[in-house]
Design a protein around this ligand. Structure first.
Ligand code: OGA
Ligand code: MN
Length: 288
């Protein structure tokens, strides 16, 4: 197995990994992921069982609900796909069209996700990743002062109709299941100990700030965090699997002609921890 940088420290590719991996190799992968939040495995041959077993070594898996888009027989695998068979969608279409981190709208967001490419369109359908560590480091002292110790509100309830205009409105029961959550803007990564700017498309307000000022700063942070200098564009090759770290990186799907081409991807999702405020006293930093 060889690890080669793709863009600075942010993204790297892993060549020659064969599953299953032994403990020593897994430890190397884990260390590589800590250093490179976007890890691209090339030419990975894996069955759904192997995908699940490999991801599970990083921690407990999350099962996406409702089970509508999961691979039959493999609830741990979420299908991102525009493919239909017999008039039935095999997966979620147009998932992630907009900058976000997986699970940012939940009290316990997902630590990471691993997306595996099984069918790709000949053009379009790249995935963009934005480096939250680099964005945080690049903030001016003035903006850092403004966000220090503050949390942002992430709200499905307020933004569902904005991000999912094509879906039915949330019912009262949906709203009860997805209450607003508050996460630190300066987020300490539990394993690297580094601080990332934690923002995404479900953010809408900042605690302790008047509504207008908070909303304006959220918009500014959203735009700042995805400036081109922080972004890696992943151009998928068949049998790439990308493991990304939702605690310090956002991602965003890009369009392709989904009436004409097929794009079929399988994703496993890691459970996470409650985001930690960077200014809170450092806990002992566990090594992976
Ligand atoms: C996801 C996601 C983007 C893509 O699977 O979480 O946002 O390009 N996917 O498919
Ligand atoms: Mn996503």
């Amino acid at each position: 197995m060889v690890v080669r940088p793709l863009q600075g420290e942010f993204a790297a590719e892993v060549i020659g990994l064969r599953l299953p991996v032994d403990d020593a190799t897994f430890r190397d992968v884990e260390l590589a992921w800590l250093r490179h939040p976007i890890l691209v495995f090339r030419d990975l041959q894996m069955t759904p069982q192997q995908h699940i077993a490999f991801t599970r070594r990083f921690g407990p898996l999350h099962i996406m609900e409702p089970l509508q888009y999961n691979l039959p027989g493999y609830p741990e695998i979420f299908v991102v796909s525009n493919v239909e068979e017999g008039g039935k969608a095999l997966g979620m279409k147009r998932a992630g069209w907009g900058w976000h981190t997986d699970g940012e709208d939940k009290a316990i967001p997902n630590a990471g996700s691993m997306l595996y490419a099984l069918e790709l369109p000949p053009e379009g359908g790249d995935t963009l990743y934005a480096d939250g560590y680099a964005a945080y480091e690049a903030l001016s002292a003035d903006v850092k002062d403004k966000i220090r110790g503050r949390r942002a509100c992430f709200s499905r309830i307020k933004l569902h109709h904005v991000h999912y205009p094509h879906l039915p409105a949330l019912t009262e029961e949906d709203k009860r299941k997805r209450p607003d959550v508050w996460h630190p803007l300066e987020r300490r990564h539990p394993k690297s100990g580094r601080t990332a700017l934690y923002i995404g498309r479900w953010a809408c307000a900042i605690e302790g700030m008047p509504e207008d000022e908070g909303a304006q700063l959220v918009r500014w942070l959203q735009e700042f965090s995805v400036r081109p200098e922080f972004v890696y564009r992943h151009r998928w090759r068949l049998h790439d699997a990308v493991l990304w770290d939702n605690r310090c990186a956002q991602h965003c799907a890009t369009p392709f002609d989904d009436a004409k081409y097929r794009r079929h991807m399988l994703r496993t999702t890691l459970e996470g921890d409650a985001p930690m405020m960077a200014t809170s006293p450092a806990r002992s930093l566990a090594s992976p």
